[in-house]
Design a protein around this ligand. Structure first.
Ligand code: SAH
Ligand code: AVI
Length: 355
C-alpha cells in the first residue's frame, strides 16, 4: 500500500504544462476573435471557486445530477457491472461517492450470495464458485493536482476497501493512459458534471471517438450532460448574484499573470454571459472595459484590446436526448440506459461499446 493510501501519477510535468499554456494563449489571444481554453481555469483557486459555484442557489447542475445519482446509482452500477470506476475531470469526486457506495454494496451482495450458496451446497451437488472479482478500484483523472490530492486523500479515509489511484493528465490528450483492465475486469469511465459541454462540437466528436477506441467490449461509459432549458434558468446559473462565477472567470487572468508574467488588470474586464440559442450553448466571456495593451513577456507578445472587445473563455453546451444519442452512436457507442430528474433538466446516460 503506498504511503498516501493512493497511487499518484503525473503526466503533466511542469515544462509540458507551461509549454501547452504558452501555445494555447498565443493561439487564442492572436485569433481574430480572442478565446482561451477552459482547462486553465483550474489552478488551486479556480478549483476552489468551482466548488463554491456548485453550492450556489442558481447553479442547478451539480445538485440535480447528485439527485439523479442518489436515486439511480445502484441501477447504473448493476446495469454496467463495475470493478473499476475511472472518472475524467473528477474534481472533488464528491458525487462519485454515490457510485462508489453502489459499487461496494454490489461486491458485498456478491460475497453474501456466495456464502449463502456455499451453505446450501452439498458435496454430492457442488456449486461452482463464481469467478473472483477484482478488488474494487477508483481512478481519478484531472489536470488539477490540488483537486486530485484532496479528493483521493478523503476517499482513502472513507473507503478502506477501495483501491484509489490519481492520474494527473489531460483528457483531450491522454486517454490512452487509462489503466488497462486485467482479464475479466469491467471498467466504467464516468464523465460527470456536463464537462462534455465545455468542448467545441468537433473536439467533442474527437473525444468520443478516442474514448470509444480505448474501451473493451464489456466496459461502459457514464455521461452526465446538462439539458436545454429556458434561458431564464441558464443565464443566472452562469451569472450568479454573489459574483462567484465572475470571480471564477476573472481568475483566469490571474493564472496568466502568475504563469506567464502577464500584466492583465482584472478590474479592466467584465464577466459576461450569453445564451446562444442557435448553438444551444452558454458562452462565458471577459469583456475589456477600456482600450489597452497587455504584455505577455514569456511569449514576447503584446495583445491589444479595444474597449468592448471579448475573450471567449468557455462554452457550456446544453443537450437534447436525440442529438446527444446520435453523437454517441456516431462514435460507436450503444445506449444502455438514460436517467433524468423530474424536470428533465439533467441527464445521466450509460453507453456500451458496439461489438
Ligand atoms: N466532475 C466534477 C468536476 C467538474 S469541474 C463535477 O461534476 O463536479 C471540471 C473538472 O475537469 C475540473 O476538476 C478540472 O480541473 C477538470 N478538467 C478541465 N479540463 C480538463 C482536461 N483537459 N483534462 C483533465 N481534467 C480537466
Ligand atoms: C465544469 N463545467 C461543466 C462547468 C459548466 O457548467 O460548464 C464549468 C462552469 N463554468 C461556470 N460555471 C461552471
Amino acid at each position: 500500500m503506498p504511503a498516501l493510501g493512493y497511487t499518484y501519477h503525473d503526466h503533466l510535468p511542469a515544462d509540458f504544462s507551461a509549454q501547452s499554456l504558452r501555445d494555447d494563449v498565443r493561439i487564442g489571444l492572436t485569433a481574430p476573435r480572442k478565446w482561451l481554453p477552459p482547462r486553465w481555469f483550474y489552478d488551486k483557486v479556480g478549483s476552489e471557486l468551482f466548488e463554491d459555484i456548485t453550492a450556489l442557489r442558481e447553479y442547478y447542475p451539480t445538485r440535480t445530477e447528485r439527485a439523479i445519482l442518489a436515486e439511480s446509482a445502484t441501477a447504473i452500477v448493476s446495469a454496467a457491472g463495475v470493478d473499476t470506476l475511472i472518472e475524467l475531470g473528477s474534481g472533488s469526486s464528491e458525487k462519485t461517492r454515490l457510485l462508489l457506495d453502489a459499487m461496494l454494496d454490489a461486491t458485498v451482495d456478491q460475497t453474501a450470495g456466495l456464502a449463502e450458496r456455499r451453505g446450501q451446497g452439498s458435496p454430492a451437488d457442488p456449486i461452482a464458485p463464481p469467478a473472483v472479482r477484482p478488488v474494487p478500484s477508483y481512478v481519478a483523472l484531472d489536470v488539477s493536482e490540488d483537486a486530485l490530492r484532496s479528493a483521493c486523500a478523503a476517499l482513502v479515509s472513507s473507503y478502506p476497501r477501495l483501491r484509489v489511484g490519481a492520474l494527473r493528465a489531460d483528457f483531450t490528450h491522454h486517454l490512452e493512459l487509462l489503466p488497462a483492465p486485467a482479464a475479466a475486469e469491467r471498467r466504467m469511465v464516468a464523465f460527470l458534471g456536463s464537462t462534455i459541454g465545455n468542448f467545441e462540437p468537433t473536439e467533442r466528436a474527437t473525444f468520443l471517438r478516442v474514448l470509444h477506441a480505448q474501451l473493451r467490449h464489456d466496459d461502459h461509459f457514464l455521461l452526465g450532460a446538462d439539458l436545454v432549458k429556458s434561458a431564464d434558468v441558464l443565464v443566472p446559473a452562469y451569472n450568479d448574484a454573489a459574483g462567484v462565477t465572475a470571480a471564477f472567470n476573472l481568475n483566469l487572468l490571474d493564472v496568466l499573470n502568475h504563469s506567464l508574467r502577464a500584466d492583465f488588470d482584472r478590474s479592466s474586464f467584465d464577466h459576461v454571459v450569453v445564451w446562444d440559442a442557435q448553438q444551444e450553448w452558454i458562452e462565458m466571456r471577459l469583456r475589456a472595459t477600456r482600450d489597452m495593451v497587455v504584455r505577455l513577456p514569456d511569449l514576447d507578445l503584446d495583445v491589444h484590446f479595444d474597449r468592448g472587445e471579448d475573450v471567449r473563455t468557455e462554452i457550456s453546451a446544453k443537450f437534447r436526448r436525440e442529438t446527444l444519442t446520435a453523437e454517441l452512436v456516431a462514435a460507436g457507442f450503444i445506449s444502455r440506459g438514460w436517467w433524468t430528474d423530474q424536470r428533465d433538466w439533467f441527464s445521466l446516460s450509460l453507453w456500451g461499446r458496439r461489438a
